[in-house]
Ligand binder design. Structure first.
Ligand code: SGN
Ligand code: CA
Length: 517
């Protein structure tokens, strides 16, 4: 062999080996996760109200797969994130609700397993798990809920403040990390937005984005909750009663500079003035609030969509798109006025179902649609399988790989277990658990003064307005669903009673005065 051939082949291996993962295995993973994104606020989902255009999110659907029945097991922020990280239900990952939770970062997590498999890992943005992130080479997170303008942040334990609009900042920091990563390794980037979380403060450039066009209202805006029980009657999440002046932008959000406030007020003040003069009451007030809510909520979604576009462009420009799985999802769904509500928490559709779009070039057929019951519990297994790693037996979610490749396994789940624990708590939604199938939902509401069952037939009642529990024509279905619920609780190892760590912490007795006997 001549010297020049030797040199050439040595050169080939030096250059090609570090990049081997790019051509053959271990795809990169970009996980874009928003907070409270209703699937109706993504145009690819085809909401009848046609609320917004989201071209970049839609691009993921066109080039990948859109999931219409992606569900969360516990529709609230921290718990949902704990499910993503562990692939396990709340009762096994230990994070039940936002009030009492502190994520045990010493446990097995998907980022840790990927890191051990050679991935570079980063999380940027909303975290909301109280303890610091573990398993990441780089993390920069919002403390708690975070704020929209000029947010304080925590970079690997260092407290700092970033100037600007939160969605842009999270995108910039994500792209900065991608640019300076070790290019010899595959990566997991978790880009986690605050938006469109309450109080829904849009970017200044998007104020008035709809040109004062009126948004179509949902049919159930004035739901009276008849046909359902005490929990639905007593919740505190309505536009009519719960919506505050801050939500309505009658006050500006926290943290803005004087220059930002000037632009903000130039948009809101004249409209607020008109609103104050009109002195709206009762239903008229709800109509007004709904319009204001949607302008603001959807305004924040525009920035999320723009962020997705920027990330996709970076992947294109760097030649990374072909070997990168891009996932877009949210920690749960959200109400956009259905049943008169904002917020989430319920086993009901708008809250239970979360958007899910996955693009994986070469594996997932562009424009494919899945109606299988999938869940955020499935991400850990999916990413591990994609990275060629074994899936630990204690992970409860299942890999979506076969579905993504167009072959649903014959034994794929036909029912889903749901369990919400955050009561007492903000918005006063009672604890409940239940089972969801392609057509039915059986649910048990419980807390000391509440104990009742509901059954919904989504075919006959897609808006979930009438419980048919106890009706004779549903008795066979009801029996079957009770059995299925019990089967799931056993299989998933749900404790018979809520464990003490999910219960309210008793208030400490009043401190005694030092000289008290
Ligand atoms: C805050 C919000 C609630 C919201 C919870 C949980 N109130 O308390 O409306 O349900 O967060 O949201 S706010 O006035 O402070 O915005 S979650 O997404 O973090 O679970
Ligand atoms: Ca949330």
């Amino acid at each position: 062999m001549s010297r020049s051939v030797l040199t050439l082949s040595a050169l080939f291996f030096t250059v090609a080996m570090p990049l081997a993962h790019a051509a053959t295995k271990q795809p990169n993973i970009v996980f874009i996760f928003s907070d409270d994104h209703a699937f109706g606020a993504i145009s690819a989902y085809g909401d009848a109200r046609k609320l917004i255009q989201t071209p970049n999110l839609d691009r993921l659907a066109q080039e990948g797969m859109i999931f219409h029945r992606a569900m969360v097991p516990n529709s609230i922020c921290g718990p949902s994130r704990a499910c993503v990280l562990t692939g396990k239900y709340s009762h096994l990952n230990g994070f039940y609700d936002n009030n009492r939770g502190r994520f045990d970062g010493s446990q097995q997590t998907m980022p840790k397993l990927l890191h051990a498999a050679g991935y570079q890992t980063a999380v940027v943005g909303k975290w909301h798990l109280v303890s610091d992130p573990t398993g990441f080479d780089y993390w920069e997170i919002l403390p708690g809920q975070g704020i929209y303008y000029n947010p304080p942040m925590n970079r690997m334990g260092e407290k700092l403040k970033r100037d600007g609009y939160v969605t842009d900042i999270i995108t910039d920091l994500s792209l900065d990390w991608l640019k300076r990563r070790d290019k010899a390794k595959p990566f997991l980037l978790m880009c986690q937005h605050k938006a469109p979380h309450r109080e829904w403060a849009p970017n200044l450039k998007n104020l008035g984005w709809n040109g004062d066009r009126k948004f179509a209202e949902p049919e159930t805006l004035f739901d009276d909750y008849s046909g359902r029980g005490k929990a639905e009657h007593e919740q505190d999440m309505t536009l009519a009663k719960t919506f505050t002046d801050l939500d309505a932008k009658l006050h500006p959000p926290a943290g803005m500079t004087a220059a930002q406030l000037k632009i903000w007020n130039a948009y809101y003040e004249p409209r607020n003035e008109e609103f104050r003069k009109a002195n709206l009451q009762a239903k008229d007030l709800v109509h007004w609030r709904y319009q204001r809510y949607l302008h603001d909520y959807l305004g924040t979604v525009l920035s999320v969509d723009e962020s997705v576009g920027r990330v996709l462009k970076y992947l294109d420009d760097e030649g990374l798109a072909d070997n990168t799985i891009v996932v877009y999802s949210s920690d749960q769904g959200f109400y956009l006025g259905e049943h008169g509500w904002f917020d989430k928490r319920w086993i009901f559709e708008e809250s239970l179902r979360t958007p899910l779009l996955i693009r994986w070039p070469g594996k997932t057929k562009p424009g494919s649609v899945s109606k299988e019951i999938v869940s955020n519990l499935d991400f850990a297994s999916t990413f591990l399988e994609a990275a060629g790693q074994p899936i630990p037996g204690d992970i409860q979610g299942r890999s979506l790989m076969p579905i993504l490749q167009g072959h649903t396994p014959a034994d794929w789940r036909k029912s889903f277990y749901y369990h919400y624990y955050e009561h007492p708590g903000v918005h006063n939604v009672r604890r409940h658990y239940g089972v969801v199938t392609d057509r039915y939902k059986l649910v048990h509401f419980y807390t000391p003064d509440v104990d009742y069952w509901e059954l919904f037939d989504l075919q006959a009642d897609p808006q979930e307005l009438r419980s048919v529990y106890g009706q004779s024509d549903y008795s066979a279905t009801q029996t079957e669903l009770h059995a299925e619920l019990q089967r799931l609780r056993t299989e998933l190892k749900v404790p018979a009673q809520d464990p003490p760590e999910s219960l309210p912490v008793p208030k400490p007795p009043k401190a005694q005065a030092p000289n008290a006997k």
